[in-house]
Write a protein that binds this ligand. Structure first.
Ligand code: PMP
Length: 433
């Protein structure tokens, strides 16, 4: 059998359609895909030659865009030295230097770094940290997590159990997953103090009722991503910190999506003045080059979990601390700094706010939300994804709408003109959705 010719687009598409799964797709009713040939700057080059601005930054990750010389160089340099080596019993400069950098930029008190291999795994590790820390504190009965409706934390079993139980992503598995404790979704970012207080009262009641069985709290700070691109007030995060302190719960903040500048501060929790006990990072960590995630925790959590029965943190993936990924992550964090990520994110944010605001009055639009370099238009109906995707492509923009949302999170380096183009793509998508 001859191998598939990489330039034979119809053959690639036919094989893909028959054999290759994509995220959340079916093998019996495959959804349309396009062949992407290359990517540079903020543009994807599709088969056939069309170049489109990437409104998705490859799902939050490609914050510097593509074919980034500094990241290419870091990858090539590390590849020449050591591509991978087991992390059990061995360590290396890329991992240690990355850990040092992460500790130095993260909120004070987060001292220890677990280098995981995906966002979902980072949440699994965080859940184990919470559970093991409580066991180390002599409270083995504290095994459940308090979370909020509308959240999304990944696709593995532990993550699914803390995702929104009714939102549809994982609801069919509810019966076979650990039963967690769900508070209401936090109110909208525009909520009044009274609305925040009413939500807080519900959280406090639940925590009181379940304190004896709770290990921790896990939420996405300020922005619930895949659960609906929902933004909520910083005050809600402060309430969760207070509740965690009151009941000695481990506060886990999942910043896999929001971390590393996306919402306008390096970590979303900084905008609320909240320091978690455990912080999860992923997606943008390597600038979208390779899969890598990190879990940071306080000395107290690290100490307490060591007093659990196992005496060690019970997790150790094969690709933990992958040197290629660590080297690129280090280069990406340096680039964020040297390029001035905050000004970039502010520019993208202003452009999204200005470009998406007129859509508030468009037919079928119920809400427009912008936080940092994230914009979402919520409709009063489910989006016709194939039609909306094609309309955006015709406008020169790559989008991936879902449910009732057309949303964007472009690379931070997207120019003002390209942000305007992205907003134009969103408008076209909304019109046909
Ligand atoms: N947490 C959040 C908040 C996420 O948005 C995601 C991914 N969409 C994950 C965890 C899981 O990350 P990954 O897809 O890398 O496993």
């Amino acid at each position: 059998m001859s191998p598939l010719d990489p330039t034979d687009v119809p053959a690639l598409l036919a094989y893909d359609r028959a054999h290759v799964w994509h995220p959340y797709t079916s093998m019996t009713d495959p959804s349309p895909v396009r062949v992407v040939e290359s990517a540079a700057g903020v543009r994807l080059r599709l088969a056939g030659g069309q170049e489109v601005v990437d409104g998705m930054a490859s799902w939050w990750s490609a914050v510097h865009g593509y074919a980034v010389p500094e990241l290419d160089a870091a990858l090539a340099d590390q590849a020449g030295r050591m591509s991978h080596v087991m992390f059990g019993g061995l360590t290396h400069a890329p991992a240690v230097r990355l850990a040092e950098r992460l500790v130095s930029i993260s909120p004070d008190g987060l001292e220890h770094v677990f280098l995981a291999d995906s966002g979902s795994v980072s949440v699994e590790v965080a859940l184990k940290m919470a559970l093991q820390a409580q066991r180390g504190r002599g409270r083995p009965g504290r095994s459940r997590m308090l979370t909020v409706r509308g959240g999304y934390h990944g696709d593995t079993a532990g993550c699914m159990a803390v995702c929104d139980p009714e939102g549809g992503m994982h609801s069919m598995f509810a019966g076979v997953l650990p039963q967690q404790v769900f508070a209401d979704r936090p109110p909208a970012a525009t909520a009044t103090d009274a609305e925040v207080e009413s939500w807080a009262a519900g959280v406090r009641r639940l925590a009181e009722e379940h304190a004896h069985e709770l290990a921790g709290i896990v939420v996405e700070p300020l922005l619930q991503g895949a659960g609906g691109m929902w933004t909520y007030p910083p005050a809600c995060l402060r309430v969760l910190r207070e509740v965690a302190d009151e009941h000695d719960l481990v506060l886990v903040l999942d910043e896999v999506a929001t971390g590393l500048g996306r919402t306008g501060t390096m970590f979303a929790c900084e905008a609320a003045g909240v320091v978690p006990d455990v912080l999860c990072l992923g997606k943008a960590l390597t600038g979208g080059y390779l899969t890598l995630a990190a879990v940071l925790c306080t000395s107290r959590v690290a100490h307490d979990l060591s007093a659990s029965e196992s005496g060690v943190l019970m997790h150790g993936p094969t690709f933990m601390g992958n040197p290629l990924a660590c080297a690129v992550a280090l280069a990406s964090l340096e680039l964020l700094e040297t390029r001035g990520w905050a000004a970039d994110v502010a520019r993208v944010s202003d452009g999204l706010a200005a470009g998406l605001a007129p859509l508030r009055d468009a037919a079928g639009v119920v809400d427009v939300r912008v936080l940092g370099a994230v914009g979402a238009v919520q409709l009063d109906h489910a989006v016709d994804v194939p039609r909306a995707t094609q309309a955006a492509l015709d406008a020169g923009v790559w989008l991936r709408p879902f449910r009732d949302l057309v949303y964007v999170m472009p690379p931070y380096v997207t120019s003002q003109a390209d942000v305007a183009l992205v907003c134009g793509g969103v408008a076209e998508a909304v019109t046909v959705a």
